[in-house]
Ligand binder design. Structure first.
Ligand code: HEC
Length: 403
């Protein structure tokens, strides 16, 4: 009698769970659309597609593990500092929903409840570009060995100044493109080559707010700086850049700035070697985004502002830097940097044998382009009122303040 009774309770209990369990179409698909499919669809950075139930179901266990460990979605900024418009983190409750779905057997549910599929432009993560430039020829990447930086110059043919609102750099073969930076060479002396956009693992395309844009002057050339790494398989790459021109009047010009420590020298075996660099604003600007760049020994990176009042503020803290993920962190609300503000960057490197990515703990490491060399660059984009020509001394491009 007792036995029958408890069996009944069990049946009721599992029926109750099934009724409240999240299902794919109703609860999971919207999360995947918003947080995952940007990368998890054919042709993008992630190794598998999460567009449909059929594609996602085999990954249920892996999804559970990846969201619980915080590996996915990839986002490395300490949430205590700054709010970012391209934050990939899950919203409160989303992680629990994903886990509960997997724990209840990853049910599909009724397709009637599915959200409308998200639409993507094939081959780009930005809307359809107005103009596409590509490397003038394919570059053959050997199966092994070191490939020096390659430079490819492409004339824009622009007969007037152009404002670009959105930019994306697309590698031809992601398995061999370590990073790509596209610079604008306007041919006018002191400005030299100016950063336009880049691709590195985890980097999302450049989006600015309405009314903001980067300037490409008439007659400029685009210079592709390509860093290839051999993957074990010979390959060919032809990287492209897609531009969307400003549709609205441009009020603010986006300028790429940096604080960089070209003099760095990291002693052998050092587990937490700190390197600092700073750049001072010579006019009032709005900070719109930041990006940290180090190589394999990079451990953490912090951006701080030291205001003319002496007050300081942490703008971005990446406590566990990951070489595989170097996104731009775009501020939700631009930050005013009054004239005289100093942007200070502090990087920490792990050159000890405890760093599993360390190519050589015995080496004294200095600045250089290869992964076994190091770099220390705090990139940041600022917006300033459009005023041509840009004053030469509006800012220091590289740090004058050697520690
Ligand atoms: C910015 C791009 C990006 C976003 C957004 C993203 N992923 Fe990924 N994901 C990747 C890449 C690249 C890999 C393969 C490299 C790796 O494992 O680090 C990956 C790997 C994975 C894996 C395999 C992990 C493993 O341990 O092998 C899972 C599972 C996964 N992602 C789930 C998700 C889920 C779920 C979301 C959304 C909640 C998500 N990802 C969002 C890029 C992304």
């Amino acid at each position: 009698m007792i036995l029958r009774f408890s069996a009944l309770t069990l049946v009721f209990a599992s029926a109750a769970v099934a009724a409240s369990a999240p299902t794919f179409h109703k609860d999971i698909e919207p999360i995947l659309q918003n947080r995952c499919q940007g990368c998890h669809r054919p042709g993008e950075a992630a190794p598998m597609s999460l567009l449909s139930y059929k594609e996602a179901r085999p990954w249920a266990k892996a999804i559970r593990g990846a969201v619980l460990s915080g590996k996915m979605p990839p986002w490395h900024a300490d949430p205590h500092y700054g709010k970012f418009s391209n934050d990939l983190s899950l919203a409160p409750g989303e992680k629990e929903t994903l886990v509960a779905w997997v724990d209840s057997g990853a049910p599909e549910g009724d397709p009637v409840n599915a959200p409308k599929p998200r639409s993507f432009v094939d081959g780009w993560s930005i809307p359809k570009p107005d103009m596409i430039f590509e490397m003038p020829e394919e570059f053959a990447v050997p199966a092994s060995g070191t490939v020096n930086y390659q430079y490819f110059t492409v004339p824009t043919g622009f007969t007037e100044d152009k404002w670009v609102e959105t930019v994306e750099v697309r590698p031809g073969d992601r398995s061999v493109v370590h990073h790509a930076i596209v610079m604008v060479d306007s041919g006018d002396g002191w400005r030299g080559q100016e950063y336009l956009a880049g691709y590195a693992p985890g980097m999302t395309p450049q989006f600015w707010k309405p009314g903001q844009a980067r300037l490409i002057k008439a007659g400029s050339c685009l210079v592709f700086q390509m860093h290839y790494t051999a993957s074990g398989k010979a390959s060919k790459d032809r990287t492209r850049i897609g531009l969307i021109f400003a549709r609205r009047p441009v009020k603010e010009q986006i300028v790429a700035m940096q604080a960089a420590a070209h003099w760095l020298s990291i002693p052998p075996g050092a587990p937490g070697y700190r390197v600092e660099a700073s750049t001072t604003m010579h006019e009032t600007v709005q900070l719109v985004g930041m990006r940290a760049h180090m190589h394999l020994r990079g451990k953490s990176f912090v951006f701080r502002a030291v205001y003319p009042t002496g007050e300081t503020e942490t703008l971005l803290d990446i406590p566990r830097y990951d070489f595989e993920w170097q996104p731009y962190y775009y501020l939700q609300t631009p930050k005013l940097l009054p004239r005289g503000t100093r942007i200070e960057c502090a990087a920490v490197y792990d050159n000890s044998p405890n760093n599993p990515h360390n190519p050589d703990p015995e080496a004294t490491v200095s600045w250089g382009p290869q992964s076994w060399d190091e770099m220390m660059i705090g990139w940041f984009d600022v917006a300033m009122a459009v005023r041509k020509p840009l004053a030469r001394r509006s800012f220091d491009r590289t740090s004058p303040d050697r520690p």
